[in-house]
Design a protein around this ligand. Structure first.
Ligand SMILES: [Fe+2]
Length: 242
């Protein structure tokens, strides 16, 4: 099936994009994981206007073999989301938050999808990890994924993970990059920070409708691979009741 063309954002959308960018850029410079900052630079994501999708798409296809796919669905169901990841397709929402929700919105939007996620996607290892996550996820049923806490493992790493670089706490999750308030809370000691693990993280309910009070510290990008593999091994032998 042919992908829908990318939505054309308006001048007002570009203004909101620029306001978001100008507020959050200093925050990511200060707090984001270096992989993110490298990617932001490589993708040439700038203020002024919502980025040109055809250019970003070409760049990602050429560098890591991923394709951006435009969608008007704001919360894609898990199965569809994982099926797209398994095919190296990243869904981008055709919507930008309104002026009164600049610091926080529970709905994913173009700001979150592009500014939050895409800078990580220029790295082959990360891009491969997301594909593998999707592939592994669809090997199990929705019930197995829910019982095993797979959604929480995703949420508290790809969306809201933290990682230490040297002695410094850095933001790793896309949801932190795209939310001023979540970033402030994570970096200024408001949230509890505990180690990322199948048991504890998997049991922690993920909700997009409230600010986080607890986030998880991932040891390294290697740990993400290890946890995913370990989770699959446990599921295959039926140890999925957390
Ligand atoms: Fe996201």
């Amino acid at each position: 099936m042919k992908n829908r063309p990318f939505y054309k954002f308006t001048h007002d959308d570009d203004m909101i994009w620029t306001m978001l960018y100008e507020k959050q850029y200093p925050e990511v410079q200060r707090y984001a994981h270096p992989l993110y900052l490298e990617g932001l630079d490589k993708l040439k994501i700038t203020p002024g206007r919502v980025p040109n999708f055809d250019k970003m798409n070409q760049f990602l296809m050429d560098t890591v073999g991923w394709e951006l796919v435009s969608t008007d669905v704001q919360y894609t169901d898990g199965q569809t989301w994982f099926e797209h990841l398994a095919e190296r397709k990243f869904l981008i929402t055709e919507y930008i938050r309104p002026l009164d929700s600049l610091d926080y919105t529970p709905l994913p939007d173009i700001w979150h999808d592009v500014f939050g996620h895409l800078p990580f996607m220029v790295h082959q290892d990360y891009a491969d990890y997301l594909q593998e996550f999707g592939q592994r996820a669809i090997e199990f049923t929705v019930e197995q994924r829910t019982d095993g806490g797979l959604g929480s493992l995703w949420w508290y790493s790809v969306e809201f993970g933290l990682m230490n670089i040297g002695n410094e706490l850095k933001a790793f999750g896309a949801g932190l990059m795209s939310s001023y308030e979540e970033m402030q809370r994570a970096m200024n000691g408001v949230v509890e920070v505990v180690p990322y693990s199948i048991e504890v993280t998997g049991k922690t309910t993920a909700s997009p409708h409230a600010m986080h009070n607890r986030l998880f510290l991932i040891e390294s990008t290697n740990q993400l691979h290890d946890v995913l593999h370990h989770w699959c091994d446990r599921m295959r032998v039926g140890e999925f009741a957390l």
